[in-house]
Design a protein around this ligand. Structure first.
Ligand SMILES: [Fe+2]
Ligand SMILES: [Fe+2]
Length: 359
């Protein structure tokens, strides 16, 4: 939501800041096992093998890495990467009292992705508590957003869509998870919080407006996640400038919505309405927005949703030069100074969402 003195700082996006895996809040067996696995991944742990509780592996979709079992202090290969590892063998190991399998530390990234992707998917373990699913979905989205902003390639965009589909699945099953997803993101660098947060607010608004087909919610989520992706083309010295931008720099910054659209326009995975959401997220109803100075009737509902989600998320997230406002204060500020930028009905719906009314 940049104003003239309000350039969004993306100094974190080039990977300067290491993403950490936060502990998962729940105290159920799955959350505990995940926390154990994450602890073993900590860089100070030098063991060449990393333990993984077998009940974290979905028998219908076993990741293709080599697995080891521990005998005393030694690790023995149990399954080579190329060999089949079936649900039957998992059960046999469990029956034999072996609850934990090991993998090479070098494969831990693959397993982490596997856990984040599969365990947060809708068909995944129904017994998995919501907190664990939320943490996994969030940590997957944060990691994928980091990759996206380093390289907005079609492959990474596809991964971003998977993360959004994880959110949509969770929110369709349990709308209240929204409040957990939103709350849990405060530890990550601004760009990730912002992109993921805009996607989540956009999905929530879509639900309130009964744009409830899964595809519509997906399109809103991906437009939110990608809305600032054009900033990857803004020069780092402009992005990272500590003070206000001069006219030339600001003109460059304002290109980001067009550049984002350009990045996406030939991508067949992303729908046209999502692309227009990216292109028009800085248009405003009064005609004073950019890049085209469109007026109210010319802006799609998708773009209007991204606009208000963007403004609201920027105000309620800590930035390098301003502290996060409470949702209440953000609504007051929008109401007193920014109503020309946003759609009135959407504003009212967002107030209701933060008042606890998601459906
Ligand atoms: Fe933007
Ligand atoms: Fe933004």
């Amino acid at each position: 939501m940049p104003g003239r003195n309000d350039p969004i700082k993306l100094c974190h996006i080039m990977g300067a800041e290491k993403i950490e895996t936060l502990p998962i809040a729940g105290d159920d067996p799955v959350s505990r096992s995940l926390n154990e696995f994450y602890q073993e991944l900590a860089p100070e742990n030098k063991e060449p093998y990393v333990g993984l509780k077998l009940h974290l592996i979905r028998p219908d979709s076993i990741p293709s890495v080599s697995f080891f079992v521990k005998r005393g202090k030694r690790y023995r290969i149990f399954r080579n990467q190329q060999e089949a590892f079936s649900a039957f063998e998992i059960k046999a190991l469990l029956d034999a009292g072996i609850e934990r399998i090991y993998l090479s530390r070098g494969d831990s990234g693959t397993i982490r992705q596997y856990l984040e992707t599969f365990l947060s998917a809708s068909s995944a373990q129904p017994q998995m508590p919501m907190e664990a699913q939320v943490s996994l979905a969030r940590s997957a989205a944060v990691r994928i957003t980091e990759e996206l902003f380093q390289d907005p390639s079609p492959e990474n965009i596809r991964k971003g869509m998977k993360a959004v589909s994880g959110f949509v699945n969770i929110l369709l099953r349990d709308p209240k998870a929204f409040y957990h997803l939103i709350r849990l993101s405060s530890h990550d660098p601004y760009t990730y919080q912002h992109s993921v947060g805009v996607g989540l607010n956009a999905i929530a608004l879509g639900k309130r407006l009964k744009l409830s087909t899964e595809q519509e919610l997906m399109d809103l989520g991906i437009a939110g996640l990608l809305h600032d992706i054009g900033k990857t083309r803004v020069r780092p010295e402009v992005i990272n400038k500590p003070g206000p931008l001069d006219k030339v720099e600001w003109d460059e910054m304002r290109q980001h919505s067009s550049w984002g659209y350009e990045l996406l326009k030939d991508n067949r995975d992303v729908s046209q309405r999502a692309k227009l959401g990216v292109l028009h997220h800085h248009e405003d109803n009064s005609g004073s927005g950019y890049p085209h100075g469109l007026t109210e009737n010319q802006i799609s509902i998708f773009a209007k949703i991204i606009t208000i989600a963007d403004i609201f998320n920027a105000l309620t997230t800590d930035r390098t030069y301003s502290k996060a406002k409470s949702p209440f204060d953000a609504f007051k500020l929008i109401q007193s100074a920014m109503m020309h930028k946003v759609d009135k009905q959407l504003f009212a719906e967002l107030v209701l969402i933060y008042g606890g009314k998601l459906d």
